[in-house]
Design a protein around this ligand. Structure first.
Ligand code: URA
Length: 233
C-alpha cells in the first residue's frame, strides 16, 4: 500500500496533512524518518510512530458500543446526533469508515457492533443466518402466560406473515427478556403491541455471540474487540 494511503487509513491525517508531516520528518516508518508519501510499504508488518504513539494496520476493526438513548443509529445525519458521532468523540484514533451493524431505535440502548468488516455485517444481518438478538424489555403492564405463548409462537405485526418463533423469559414485575432472530422495523415494540403491551424501555443485551456486560461497559461506553467472536472486553 502507498505510505500516504496507509497513514490516512490509520487516521493520522488527511492526504495533504500526512504529506506535510512526512516532509517535516514527524512520522517514523519502521523507526526511520524522511519517507516519501508515494513509497510502497507492507501494511501488514510496518510500524508507524507519530507523536509518541505506535500504529499498526488492521484490515478490520470491531468495537462494541453500549448505545446511549437519544442518538440515532446512522453513520451521519444533518440534524441528529448519531452513534458514529458518539463513537468518534470517544475513539478519535479509530480508523475512518466504520459503521454500525443493524439498527437500534433512538430510545433503545444496549449492544451495538461497529465495524468495517462489511462481509461479517452482511452475514450477521442476513435473514437466512437467523442470528439471535436478545433484548431486556420493560413494559407498561405485566405479561400474562398467554402473552408469552403468543409471542413465542409468532404474532401478527401487520406484515402478513406472523413473526418467527421467539424466546421469552419473564424477569419479574413488568420486565422480560425476548430473543428474536428477525430484524423487522421496530420489531420488538410491535410484537409487544400485538399482545396489548407498550414497551417503555428497550435494551439489547446480546447479538449473536456477543453479550453485553454492563459492569465492564456502562451505557455510552465503547470498547474494541481484539477480533470478532472475542467475548472478552
Ligand atoms: N426492536 C425495536 O422495536 N426497536 C429496536 O431498537 C430494536 C428492536
Amino acid at each position: 500500500m502507498r505510505l500516504d494511503k496507509l497513514l490516512v487509513e490509520l487516521n493520522i491525517g488527511t492526504r495533504s496533512e500526512v504529506k506535510a508531516l512526512l516532509k517535516k520528518g514527524l512520522i517514523l516508518v519502521d523507526g526511520n524518518r524522511g519517507n516519501k508519501p508515494e513509497e510502497k510499504v507492507d501494511e501488514n508488518t510496518v510500524v508507524i510512530a507519530y507523536q509518541g504513539k505506535e500504529y499498526r494496520y488492521k484490515q478490520f476493526s470491531y468495537y462494541i458500543m453500549n448505545k446511549p438513548k437519544g442518538v440515532i443509529t446512522a453513520t451521519e445525519d444533518g440534524k441528529e446526533k448519531t452513534v458514529m458521532d458518539v463513537f468518534y468523540e470517544q475513539c478519535s484514533d479509530a480508523p475512518r469508515g466504520l459503521s454500525p451493524v443493524g439498527r437500534l431505535d433512538k430510545d433503545t440502548t444496549g449492544l451495538l457492533l461497529i465495524t468495517n468488516d462489511g462481509k461479517l455485517a452482511h452475514e450477521l444481518l442476513s435473514p437466512k443466518k437467523h442470528v439471535d438478538k436478545t433484548y431486556f424489555v420493560t413494559l407498561d403492564k405485566e405479561l400474562e402466560k398467554s402473552d408469552i405463548e403468543a409471542l413465542e409462537a409468532g404474532v401478527s405485526i401487520g406484515e402478513g406473515d406472523l413473526t418467527a418463533p421467539a424466546k421469552v423469559e419473564y424477569s419479574g414485575g413488568k420486565t422480560c427478556y425476548i430473543t428474536i432472530h428477525e430484524g423487522k422495523f421496530h420489531q420488538v415494540k410491535r410484537m409487544f403491541f400485538a399482545v396489548g403491551k407498550e414497551v417503555l424501555e428497550l435494551k439489547r443485551t446480546a447479538f449473536g455471540p456477543l453479550k453485553l456486560d454492563e459492569n465492564k461497559l456502562p451505557m455510552g461506553k465503547i470498547c474494541e474487540l481484539s477480533h470478532f467472536n472475542s467475548l472478552k472486553y
